[in-house]
Design a protein around this ligand. Structure first.
Ligand SMILES: C[S@@+](CC[C@H](N)C(=O)[O-])C[C@H]1O[C@@H](n2cnc3c(N)ncnc32)[C@H](O)[C@@H]1O
Length: 315
């Protein structure tokens, strides 16, 4: 790697210093946003992961590993090549471990909460760093509310909401494994789980059932995957988000809060807003645009750093 590249990486790392007061899990290099197209470097405590979205970085893998070891003192490093544009599944990425002085799992801290991550378990770590700021914002509004965390993944929104005084949380995800990791996150934060706090179900089916039973929520979180398959059906955020928004609005208490978010770069904030207005009909009181945290420099300029998120308040 030439000096200019090393200087750019160093500058990117320095820029994130202020965030270290609230977390030890952060994106240190965000591709084009840091003048390094195709390169993403994330740190989770003393574990690191590099995502390569451009083949020009392949020749520099060893040099990047050496840099991470010496500059960041990492005890674990995995490099994930994600060269195919649609490489969303773990079997479509080529992953190589470069530093293995520790297991791939570790625990990180964020705003005084703790989360387990595993850098060698598929594409994602277990904690979506780009939602950090939104976790805090949404949790700050949940005191005393019943929260429905749809597409809960490892339940980080649920942990935040419970720690912020939500009166109850239901985490819904289709994956048993994700919910198990969610349970571990609750334990890491000494949160006692209520009965039915973790529900393995299709999110839309759950919301329809809640409507039928008269269950209402003060806060609903919708952060679906861009694409997913389950039970022979294909979920696509493009096709299915309006239906989800409609269902969420119907089970919302008055004066409630909805977070509608997607990493699908085909959705602008404006498109998402139109969906919310259409799905919410006369119930929408206000809509605020949210995005990624400051370590996602250049957010929205490349698919690997895209998040459209809206905080919707209902009447
Ligand atoms: C983008 S992740 C959600 C991230 C999460 N909101 C967070 O911030 O940590 C998508 C999640 O949706 C789950 N999922 C996919 N299809 C689903 C469905 N039909 N119903 C419920 N969960 C589903 C996946 O298992 C995955 O955990």
């Amino acid at each position: 790697m030439d000096k200019k590249t090393i200087d750019l990486i160093d500058a990117a790392i320095s820029r994130r210093k202020p965030l270290r007061t609230i977390t030890n899990a952060l994106r240190l290099v965000n591709g084009l946003g840091d003048g390094l197209p195709g390169l993403v470097l994330e740190q989770y405590a003393d574990h690191c992961v590099i995502h390569l979205f451009d083949k020009r970085w392949i020749a520099h893998k060893e040099a990047l590993a050496e840099f991470v070891e010496t500059r960041l003192g990492a005890s674990y490093l995995i490099v994930k090549e994600r060269l195919a544009p649609q490489a969303l599944k773990s079997e479509q990425i080529n992953a190589s471990v470069y530093i293995d002085q520790a297991p791939s799992r570790t625990v990180v801290q964020e705003n005084a909460l703790h989360f387990g991550v595993d850098l060698n378990d598929g594409l994602n770590s277990g904690l979506f760093l780009d939602m950090r700021r939104n976790r805090k914002i949404v949790a700050g509004l949940t005191k005393g509310l019943r929260v429905l965390n749809c597409f809960a993944y490892t339940c980080s929104f649920g942990v935040y909401a419970r720690a912020s005084g939500a009166s109850g949380v239901i985490n819904v995800d289709i994956s048993r494994k994700c919910l198990e990791r969610g349970r571990e996150n609750y334990e890491l934060n000494q949160l006692e789980c209520a009965k039915d706090e973790f529900v393995r179900a299709d999110a839309l089916t759950y919301m329809k059932l809640a409507l039928k039973k008269g269950n209402r929520f003060g806060c609903v979180i919708l952060d679906p995957p861009s694409f997913a398959r389950h039970g022979g059906k294909v979920f696509s955020v493009k096709k299915d988000f309006p239906v989800l928004i409609d269902a969420a609005m119907k089970i919302m208490e008055s004066g409630g809060v909805l977070l509608a978010a997607t990493n699908f770069s085909g959705f602008s904030h404006q498109v998402l807003k139109e969906m919310v207005v259409a799905g919410g009909r006369e119930k929408v009181k206000s809509i605020k645009q949210l995005g990624q945290d400051t370590d996602f420099r250049g957010s929205g300029r490349m698919p690997e750093s895209y998040l459209a998120a809206l905080l919707v308040r209902t009447k």
